[in-house]
Write a protein that binds this ligand. Sequence first.
Ligand code: ADP
Ligand code: MG
Length: 709
Amino acid sequence: MQHTGGTSSIKGAVRPAYTSGLDTDVRFVKGVGERLAKIMGRLGITDARGLLCHYPSRHEDRTELRRISMLRPGDTASVRGQVLAADTVRTPKSQMLLTKVAIGDDSGVVSLVWFNQWYLKNRFLKLLGKDIVAYGTAQFGGKGLEITNPEWEELGDTSDPLSSNRIVPVYPLTEGLFQGTLRRILWGALDKFLPDIQDVLPADVLDKRDLIDAACAVKNIHFPESQDALKEARYRLVYEEFFLLQLALALRKQNITASRPGIAFKVTPECTDAFYKSLPFELTDAQKKVIRAIEQDMGRPTSMNRLLQGDVGSGKTVVAVAAMMVAVANGYQAAMMAPTEILAEQHYMVLQKMLAPLGIEVELLKGKITAAAKKKVCQRIASGEVKIVLGTHAIIQEGVEFNRLGLVVIDEQHRFGVLQRAALREKGLNPDVLVMTATPIPRTLALTVYGDLDLSVIDELPPGRKPVRTHWKTGDMRGGVYGAARKLLMEGRQAYVVCPLIEESEKLSARAATELADQLAAEVFPDFNLAVLHGQMKSAEKEDVMRRFRDGGVQVLVSTTVIEVGIDVPNACVMLIEDAERFGLAQLHQLRGRVGRGEHQSYCVLMADPKTDEGRKRMQVMAGTNNGFEIAEEDLLIRGPGEFYGTRQSGLPSLRIANILRDVDILDVAREDAFSLVKLDPNLSLPEHARLKAEVLRRFADFELAVVS
Ligand code: ADP
Ligand code: MG
């Protein structure tokens, strides 16, 4: 069902030209017309609302009018003067056409200079004796001071100068649209549509956070009266953006947790005691802490929705199993889903080893098995005989019927994209859900993208781990790298070699891996056992390779990025990544996480000859830190929130003005306010929230919001 606010148009209806209000087609906004409307469409501007929300990317302070005599070379300033003369000249050497316009105030004269804009001469001749304002950078020219390519504006009696003598908005543009034009259009549009802007924020929120009203904020984000006014306007709009997003997340969370009763598990020490006793190690404090949070969630009658973040190797699997033990002890089943079959198989082996001694039946549900075998597994799951089911997300997509599913663990969430709860709900299930990710998402991003989940972090690695040493090597150092790797292999260690990323095709990647493996086997490691692993192999083959690598029969595993997540072979202590500059930071960090899991010193070698600054920067970051959260923050800085957010998002709208890096403080208060508002008025049914509700529904129509409109 489509929710729209009171002012929205009916789809398909022809809008009469005289319609006013924020839905006015941008064509009918003064100064736009058909041609510009098309161009503005490329910026996503289709109506007056979109136009007013086309915020400046920055502002230039041109408030001060400089007396011409006070202008020094290198100064960027606004000057005001009378047009004294206009002429065109050819430069002697390059034969370029220069338009030179002299303007003067009572203190002196300055030349304005343009290249190859012959038509300007006549325009200025018409302005002789009139005042203009020009803005630009002064330099020494042939005969005194010049301002080259200034922005300028005629000073009529009535029109307020938009491009000078004020704090001037600088807009994102597209081909065919100019700053001056857009400024004039927005100036007029503000005049006309400002009265149509109604504040969606409740009065008590405005009051509590000392926010200026919406119309004032929109006015001042475009044409601020002062730097303070600009700051207040920006604060207000950023707050509003975060507030509405967090409100949508709060409503979705409420939808998930409150719409259907969850399971109140009985959490006692007996649930997990035997399991803990069987472990060859002590849990870290961080693991204990998150298990406590999970157990509290599970004990409540609402369903759990927790995101567990923990760097690679921090020991998330054990935490997941502890949660499963609670479910099983309560007579429920648990499912754990991994993004790849390889990983699901690995989980299966690990869990079977842990749980078989405790008499708990674990089953792996694979994609490619015979129908008869599948039927048998499904029967064992349906009967409840099997307590723990492992597999890919096919578990919930295909027709697997559980006897009593109480807990779902989703490992490595980032590979799944959207949370799979909707699929679960379709099956009439409302289990507790634990989402685990090793992609260290900066906290701010977690709060925006996964804001409807509770967040736990394992911020400590198991003791005794030696930090992986990372080296960035260029192609000419390859010989030395291979020599060092050989030495470690002789000592009994194992190595991964990751071949260059070929994003276009799995097939090409597979071939590249095979070729690299052949070449390494022939020329570099003839005396060791090599194997290749890629996504095009049958799952039995993959399984076989992984088993041989785990058992030590294979010393060098040449692979595509299929080994990226979760693989755990403690004796492997070399990770050699070819063409490392082609990988993103998050991916490199995941790959590096495959080593450093045992007692031996591990090494990650980045083979890279980056051609871009960004590529070099990424190599430096990797060589500089092992901390996944630092890397994630750097990633966000290098790539910009837009892209980071965009690629990871699960259908969330992009942020127009808020910056998740700079505006954390605003995010925090907006989130707090939004969540407490939903607690107070869970259906946004209070009259003072009517506009707010309409706006949230308009913006987040495709969210699963728990609001009946
Ligand atoms: P990840 O968080 O990357 O999924 P895993 O759960 O695979 O990490 O754990 C990595 C390795 O650390 C495994 O071999 C696991 O047995 C081991 N491990 C987990 N917790 C501890 C601990 N508290 N002490 C020692 N080793 C641990
Ligand atoms: Mg894991």
